[in-house]
Design a protein around this ligand. Structure first.
Ligand SMILES: *Cc1c(COP(=O)(O)O)cnc(C)c1O
Length: 359
């Protein structure tokens, strides 16, 4: 049976083209951040496509996400940004998942493990330069600087930090974090460095490092919100029309009657709702597209359905598909309507939406 639900068409060649573009802009290596199922697009498809293009570094948030792609990207580094929980050393080592260590306690567990195995273990150190979320705080950097033996048995693949406001090029926080990171690195053993996320790559040469960690830009989200999107669109979201009905003037549509027909209207009901991640905040705002023309969403977004005013689109019939995300109207534009960011639009795409991979 053909699906009666919505479809997210993902262009893997566009993801790869975006990765190549970032490689051309960043002097160091460029990883693929594929956490949250590659921002909702499907990590088990995205990661091998990037690997085939030459990507050799992957980041997830959690260990299970790393395991989902581990065998699909042979020879590549797969690291879990959230850091290993206590007693996870064996599973990380047995599966070749690289730990991102962000506390003295985690470092001590891994050096203990290295001693008991009698070999050195590859790790990434995460330095907190202002996010105050994960990573070694300044006091713990000082402890390491005063007692370098504390890192014995560890091979520092990278020392990394994460930018707070990289999409705001004029924010002084960017340079401030760079200075803090340089100071921290100077107190640690020499090691390759990793700084930029997607937007960081566009901050200029000072923010270049041995390894950039873009996610959003790979998936077509604009890393330079103050300027035109330099990335290629990657995803189309299509919702099938289930029924079309005539609604007399003055009748209402949807829960709580938040939209009232000002004229005799044709209303198309499409198979997508907030349970699919199409946020309720889109209610009575925003548009789908049909043949490139905007079609207004009217009434409340409900769990499984959205209603559209197709009075001015007599050609739309049941079975047609409305385009909710596409080249002309990407995740950033949808986010603008719903009062969020493109990251949330993509990562909210529900499991009910079929992912279809196109060239
Ligand atoms: C999510 C994340 C990234 C990728 O950020 P984008 O803005 O999507 O490019 C990089 N580094 C860390 C630590 C992250 O958490």
């Amino acid at each position: 049976m053909a699906t009666d639900g919505s479809v997210l068409e993902v262009s893997l060649s566009a993801v790869v083209a975006n990765w190549r573009k970032l490689c051309s802009l960043h002097p160091g290596a460029v990883a693929g951040v594929v956490k949250a199922d590659a921002y909702g697009l499907g990590a088990v498809h995205v990661a091998p496509a990037l690997h085939a293009a030459g990507c050799r570094h992957f980041f997830t948030a959690q260990f299970d996400e790393a395991m989902a792609i581990r065998a699909l990207v042979p020879g590549a580094m797969v690291a879990a940004l959230n850091g290993p929980p206590p007693d996870a050393e064996y599973e990380y080592l047995a599966n070749d998942v690289t730990p991102v260590l962000g506390s003295l306690a985690a470092i001590d567990r891994w050096t203990t493990q290295a001693r008991s195995l009698g070999r050195t273990l590859p790790v990434i150190l995460h330095v907190d330069t202002g996010m105050h979320r994960l990573g070694l705080p300044p006091a713990e950097i000082s402890v390491l600087a005063d007692d370098p033996g504390r890192l014995d048995g560890l091979t520092l693949l990278y020392v990394m930090t994460h930018l707070v406001s990289a999409e705001l090029p004029d924010d002084p926080q960017n340079a401030h974090q760079l200075a803090r990171f340089a100071a921290a690195c100077a107190r640690l053993p020499p090691a390759p460095r990793s700084i930029a996320n997607s937007s960081g790559i566009f901050l200029g040469p000072a923010f270049a490092s041995d390894l950039a960690r873009p996610g959003a830009a790979l998936y077509g989200i604009n890393p330079t919100p103050h300027a035109e999107n330099p990335m290629r669109p990657v995803a189309r979201l299509l919702a099938p029309v289930l029924q079309i009905r005539d609604v007399p003037a003055d009748e209402t549509v949807g829960y709580n009657a938040t939209w009232r027909a000002a004229r005799p209207s044709r209303i198309a009901t499409a198979a997508i709702g907030y349970a699919d991640g199409w946020l309720r905040a889109h209610s009575n705002r925003g548009h789908a597209r049909f043949d490139g023309a905007p079609v207004p969403l009217v009434g409340r977004v409900s769990m499984d359905l959205c209603t559209y005013d197709v009075t001015d689109h007599p050609r739309i019939v049941p079975g047609d598909r409305l385009e909710l995300l596409g080249p002309a109207f990407g995740p950033d534009a949808a986010a603008e309507v719903a009062g969020t960011n493109g990251y949330e639009i993509l990562t909210f795409m529900g499991m009910r939406i079929a992912r279809v991979y196109v060239a």
